[in-house]
Design a protein around this ligand. Sequence first.
Ligand SMILES: [Zn+2]
Length: 137
Amino acid sequence: MKTCKRCLIEKNITEFGNNKNEKDGKSIYCSNCELIRGREYREKNKDKVNQSAKKWREDNPEKYKETINRYIEKNPHMSSKERSKRYRLDDDYRKKISEKRKEYYQNNIEKGKNANYITIVIEKLKERRTMIGERKN
Ligand SMILES: [Zn+2]
């Protein structure tokens, strides 16, 4: 058992994440508190985190790609909320998705499948855009 330094609750050692810098090799905070801490840190230091993440991405484009791919592989059911959030925030992800989409549609058009469906979708999108445009005027 180990007492978390943050919530001060005594928990099983398996509830603590690994930390090489600690004597016992375990974090002084329980996993739950680490999660909260991480979230709070990110909230408080949004710009800093974004910048360092951006810098890391630029310095390690290959590793970044790998990380993303691994993440997507591991989280195929990532919620649409998460996905749309990422879609908004992450330029590379956005590019990747739109490329994938293009690829998918092109493949399907070539196969002659879904061609009608895509035409319908494009028409619908055009309609919606016109409607939005009209509403603005
Ligand atoms: Zn805790």
